[in-house]
Write a protein that binds this ligand. Structure first.
Ligand SMILES: [Zn+2]
Length: 411
């Protein structure tokens, strides 16, 4: 199992699968299908007869049930094939630090890139492990090719060990998760799973059952424009109004000043001339109430600022983006309970976490496939310092196998 998961991972990361938000096609970049094709080949090779790539670039495959029970829920394991547009994924040269003995890791291709223990204290839990990094000139792609390697390795293990009883297991590899389109074209009916897990978290042992709830807000300001020479007492410059709104945002409610379960109001765009200005925001919170509260606050600030500009007007628009998947997962507590138990059986202490963002799973949950997120073992996502250890990937493989067993056992 050990050789298998790391070997697979090393094969996948050298294939460039960066997604592109500016593209309107699905997948956003054709090259993502190169990995898809390889995965289909490997899945067919290990004996998964229905593995295929669909026209949108998704990989679907099924490990048939070998259980005498006919009531075992169908479980889906899902990971994404694309890597983040934030950093280059072209020509990835993975490096392995074998039997890591502590200390900072200087990357061989760019000596300015150092994975420091001070910045990544999780390194202290990796003593004796084999750590895979990039050479510092690209990201590694552990997000989420570690998840893919783990699912394929677990599939191979289950097929080679038919004495381990499990229900039908559906495998889904998506494209374009990093640009928020990961599940746009997923055929939930064809997938036919009852419950699911994304293998897309970080530290070994973590299971996440909630994500942010997310809205976007737009403020469009109409000012009073005129020749600056005749402006005394009359001009209301929309640029100044926009600046005043930003200035009044609570400083303790920003992404850079919040962590854990606290949400934020985050200005993401500003454009304007004297006559009109537009402000874009994303609002994040773990509860619907918290989200509402922040939106009310943002509009209150806007109103107060506008009070000083009687000739000007504004519109305030909120658009729903995604919702905390916990609402859905709480209706099926066994999804998280079994994951916690599987992590324990795989030899770790389970840690429950909240994701300060969304996952494919949060959207799948609302599309009818309740889906929690399990660790894949990677760290420092979307950066040249990204790393993952072979041992943590093996733990994830064990977790998947234990989960397959548990759903059968408890059915
Ligand atoms: Zn990811």
């Amino acid at each position: 199992m050990a050789a298998s998961v790391t070997d697979r991972f090393l094969r996948y990361v050298v294939i460039d699968t960066q997604s592109d938000a500016k593209s309107s096609t699905q997948p956003s970049t054709e090259k993502q299908k190169n990995l898809g094709r390889l995965l289909v080949e490997e899945l067919l090779e290990i004996g998964i007869a229905d593995a295929h790539l669909d026209e949108h670039g998704y990989v679907y495959a099924t490990i048939p049930s070998n259980s005498p029970k006919n009531n075992v829920p169908v479980i889906c394991f899902c990971s994404h094939m694309d890597t983040a547009p934030d950093f280059s994924g072209t020509n990835v040269k993975p490096q392995i630090v074998r039997n890591y003995q502590g200390g900072d890791i200087r990357l061989t291709g760019d000596s300015n890139q150092v994975i420091r223990v001070a910045d990544h204290p999780v390194l202290k839990d990796q003593i004796g492990n084999d750590i895979v990094t990039s050479d510092g000139t690209t990201l590694l792609g552990a997000d989420d090719k570690a998840g893919i390697a783990e699912i394929v390795a677990a599939a191979e293990f289950l097929i080679k060990n038919p004495d381990i009883k499990h229900g039908a297991i559906r495998i889904l590899f998506t494209t374009d998760e990093e640009i928020g389109r990961g599940v746009d074209k997923v055929d939930i009916k064809k997938l036919g799973a009852d419950f699911g897990y994304t293998m897309d978290g970080e530290t070994a042992g973590t299971i996440e059952d909630e994500t942010f709830s997310a809205d976007a807000a737009e403020i469009a300001i109409k000012g009073v424009a005129m020749h600056p020479g005749f402006a005394y007492g009359k001009m209301e410059n929309a640029i100044r109004i926009a600046g005043a709104i930003i200035d009044r945002l609570p400083k303790d409610m920003a992404p850079e000043t919040t962590k854990g379960r606290d949400g934020f109001i985050h200005p993401t765009g500003i454009s304007g001339v004297m006559e009109k200005a537009n402000l874009s925001f994303i609002i994040r919170d773990f509860t619907e109430d918290g989200l509402k509260h922040k939106e009310v606050l943002l509009e209150k600030i806007t109103k107060e600022v506008m009070g000083g500009y009687p000739g000007s007007s504004y519109t305030f628009t909120v658009k729903e983006q995604y919702r905390n998947m916990k609402v859905v997962l709480d209706r099926h507590p066994e999804i998280v309970d079994y994951a916690v138990e599987a992590i324990r059986r795989a030899g770790m202490t389970p840690v429950r976490g909240s994701i300060r963002g969304g996952t494919d799973g949060s959207r799948l949950s609302f599309m009818g496939l309740p889906c929690a997120n399990i660790f894949a073992g990677g760290h420092a996502f979307h950066s040249p310092l990204e790393f993952v250890s072979s041992q943590d990937m093996e733990k994830a493989v064990k977790t998947i196998v234990e989960l397959a067993k548990l759903w059968e056992e408890r059915a």
